[in-house]
Design a protein around this ligand. Sequence first.
Ligand code: GDP
Length: 367
Amino acid sequence: MNETPTCIGCGAPIQTERPGELGYAPASSLNKEEIICQRCFRLKNYNELQPVSLTDDDFLKILNALGERKGLIVKIVDIFDFNGSWLPGLHRFVGGNDILLIANKSDLLPKSVKQQKLINWMKQEAKKLGLKPVDVLTVSAHKGTGIQEAMEAIDHYRKGEDVFVVGSTNVGKSTFINRIIKQATGQSDIITTSHFPGTTLDMIEIPLDDEKSLFDTPGIINHHQLAHHLHTQDLKMIMPKKEIKPRVFQLNAEQTLYIAGLARFDFIKGDRSSFTVHVANDLPIHRTKLENADALYEQHLGGMLAPPSAEFKDDFPELVRHEFRVKDAKTDIVFSGLGWITVQHPNVIVAAHAPKGVEVLLRPSLI
Ligand code: GDP
């Protein structure tokens, strides 16, 4: 007599009658040598099971749940949106747990960016935001760069405990997890969903050893992300796809640059200087006189100054002006989620205009 086959993923007895219940597999799969139930199949092909994005309330629940568990928190941020992909309050909730900060999308940075400068900046920024990570790493989940090192760091810092991966939407958390699954788990390893007590949230659980697991938490929406103000088709344009090619502009005082219709940069006062723009290569940059800049925006937003494209421009937040007196040469004006402009010469006054809610900050140049 044949024994009932079991799923190679979860070990449940395979049944072919009741879809949606434990161990269900289509009858056609019974003649395969290794049978996997539909649920495990979906989990393995992880993309089908990306967790939903969270509301603010869910976010608090998740943070609370993490604080009650022991383990390493791996926080993924987007190198281009360090501040926009921050999770406010994380440090208050994680209690005694260590945090490892991993900045993703390193493949987009120009080659001239110095790794160490980038890492130092992120450490300082994290500290300002109240977080003291045990380490800061950069990876490209997309290309696989730094993934091995990240996995080794996770293994080192978790000290035999569980791992919780957190991040706001769009930082590339799913891509990162998929990389890890691909690299770390063999064909027959189990990926399951797991429930956190006190929450209604399912986590994806990837066993690390016999006792401990890596948990993928749902993506959290950070309302300050530029990405949330754009529709999908416009979003594709602001997100660089390839290594950014710096674009250099020699400007006189009282000249303005528009980065599409998304941001504006005024050179207000100072000697003729060069400014290097680091944004997605596809975004058009327009130069105009400061005195004409307001009118240009009014007339051409959604047209010459797009994205945002014409059909979405009415939903786009107004630009807010931030003025800076830049004393030091080689200072970056960072537009979170978009990129940055390097002010090459010292002693200038500039103004950066960014959509309301999107952060603008200064940092020493990474180059
Ligand atoms: P999640 O919302 O955090 O899970 O993010 P996803 O994994 O869905 O990625 C969001 C977007 O970033 C997608 O368009 C990805 O293709 C892109 N992305 C993810 N990782 C990388 C990376 O390392 N480099 C680049 N250039 N893009 C990435």
